[in-house]
Design a protein. Sequence first.
Length: 441
Amino acid sequence: GAPPRHWTDFTVRTFGASQPPAAARATLAPLWQSAREAWGCVSRWAGDALPEAKATLGPPASATEWQLFVSRLGLEGLQASEPLLAYRLLSAVHDGQRVASDAVTALRQLRDFVDPDLRQALHAAASGWYSHPSGWEDECLGLGGGFSAYSNFACLRLLPLPLVAAWTGFLRAQSGLPERFLVVAACFGDAPRLLLSDLASGDLLLGPISPTPHLEARQVVAAGNLRLLRVVPASAPRGRDLLLWLEELGRRLEGGVYLASPLEPPDPRSVGICLFPQAGEKHVSCVTRGIRVTASALYAPEMATFAYSIRLALVAPGEEGHLPAAQRGFETAQLHTRHWVLRQADGGADQVHGKGVVGNFPLLREGGWRDDKQRHSGRIGQGEWCEGVFVYQSLSGRGSSISFEGSIDFVPGSLEAPAGEEFAVAVPRFPLLVGADEYLF
């Protein structure tokens, strides 16, 4: 519905005794509209494409819950802060993602850093918040999106108030996090990924990071022992980064830049918001003899490198680029070798040659592929048939490469029973760059 007509009543219902000063209330109407629109876009998309993720969304946080949150973190002196007002209004639409396994993780890792009341609340959340009805892992349902490469996995969850309080308190104690910062989203694994809001400047920051040549165009911010990057364009006005970031996320979801697909392909239990772009300027595609290659990359600051994704499929009838088997010269084709070219800013290039991709030798057919892999003996063994697209995800290394391209050699038929001469399939050039005026996810 429309914003409340009587803002005095609205502030009482929303903030309770922790009402913002009168001067700050003038900003409530535009902030409330932005908060509702940003959450609405993400929620609508999730309802259609990833209903399990939508099911994790918390109800609006009550005034009592907000007052308790402010008290736990000692934020009373920041109640005129526009970033804190914006955060309160976002939590008045949805109190983040309430996932039972996140409460269990906090209880296990933060037991000595939370007060008894918060510990009791987390115990209740561990049995009362969302848990996947099929017993699948919930780690892939983060609305901040995710990816994997080798054994590295990340999927950012938008945290509810109790977990914001718990993780913010922990980082204050362990990493010297200044009191003006809130941990508003997180995932925890081999390479933790955090999203922090600076309540003084309104900056939204991603980290922890390791400075690399890729970051020369962006400002690195220190917060205690953490090094962080602002996630919105440098040209964006300061003060409302979290709203801007959530709005941009909604645009990318609705525009098909990010899709719901396995974060750890081909496992269907890992479906989530995949942050490898599938449309837009960061995404490339081409077809060679009926084999489509699509590719893109994203920057992973916690690993100080780019992760990239290359997708391979034999184009099926009715799809653009399809060729009949007689015209392309084969019914199936199997990946044999790869050749990558990573170009540097100074004009140099690193060349990489090898067999397969991370030990995989997919055999493509229309509509799917066979999961052939290299065994310990060195022999290539036949795998199961899979539907859809073969996906290869890896890391570019910690050098200063600015682009990636190459080719993949395929054998018509199969490696065991070739049906023609080996041929090269182009991998178009795609960027490995982090510009100053782009969003980070």
